[in-house]
Write a protein that binds this ligand. Sequence first.
Ligand SMILES: Nc1ncnc2c1ncn2[C@@H]1O[C@H](COP(=O)(O)OP(=O)(O)OP(=O)(O)O)[C@@H](O)[C@H]1O
Ligand SMILES: [Mg+2]
Length: 334
Amino acid sequence: MAQVNDIGIDLGTSNVVIYMKGKGIVFREPAVVSIEQESHSILAIGTEAYRMIGRTPANIQVIRPLAQGEMIDFELTSTMLRSFVTRVIGRRVLSRPRAVMAVPSGVKEMEQKALISSMFDAGIRRTQLVDKNIAAALGAQANFQGPYGCLIVDMGAGASDLAVLYNGTVSVLSSISIGGDHFDDAIIRYLRKKYNLLVGERTAEQIKITLGGAAKRDPGVVMDVTGRNLISGLPKTLSIESDEIYEALIDSVNDLIEGIQIVIERTPPQLASDIFEAGITMTGGAANLYGIAEAVQQVLKIPCRVAQDARDCVVMGCAKVLMEPNTLRYLLKR
Ligand SMILES: Nc1ncnc2c1ncn2[C@@H]1O[C@H](COP(=O)(O)OP(=O)(O)OP(=O)(O)O)[C@@H](O)[C@H]1O
Ligand SMILES: [Mg+2]
């Protein structure tokens, strides 16, 4: 029986999201840790560490312990996870809760064991792991548990993970280094080149959300953008149109679509024809880019949809396993 404080965790490379039974999503923080370089002591974890990015003196380093679906620094990942979980469940839990945690596909078996033991140290009685692509498919309500191929494209911040699922298991797996951060960078480069205007990452992200698109917005949208003029060095505000940002993003969007096409070409023919019929499901925050599903569908001639609440599909997939342990247990990692 699921008990009241059982949790689901999306251990993402950019963000960690935690769901608690009966409460919904209770935690969302960047997966970063800041350390003092000489002593190697931890200064901050999560949002607090994220705020230090770009603002820290040379002796402080802000690290992403997970990147591109792999564990770069195992010790820091464990420490970060312990800190997040204790913050959510409290330090002195009488009834030790259980957890279902989605991990990136690149996490090795030894690392999985160690993650489970970190969870135990944080007060979790039992942690079960699920592949993050499977969790995304569950959260997106994709039809992947039967004998037909299904393609999930999870667009995160640093990368997009592509997985062809069949009978509830991963059949083909690939990662493309294009995600939301890539779009932000393209916007920064575009504004610098066209207007000599330098904007920061957060402004670029806001522009992407308000003006950006994989298709032209109709009617167009205009936004005042403030940055630093690279010639005068002074602040400058320009009125930017959505068509310009479409232009800035189109190459990256096309690279993503090409990546999807390559994965479909590598997919066994029977599964590929299932995908042609059932279509592609997109999840992850970056799948909220305006017009992305339409662009994919137009180029590849395959139906494509963005899942509802795309950013939370992975954690909601974990939540589903918590709720229906008997029918969904077979999806867990052994
Ligand atoms: N409305 C939106 N339009 C476009 N992009 C968006 C929107 N909302 C969020 N994003 C982008 O989604 C990305 C974050 O997605 P998500 O939270 O799924 O990443 P993540 O799970 O932390 O990454 P990963 O899966 O790589 O660990 C960011 O780049 C963010 O800018
Ligand atoms: Mg993710």
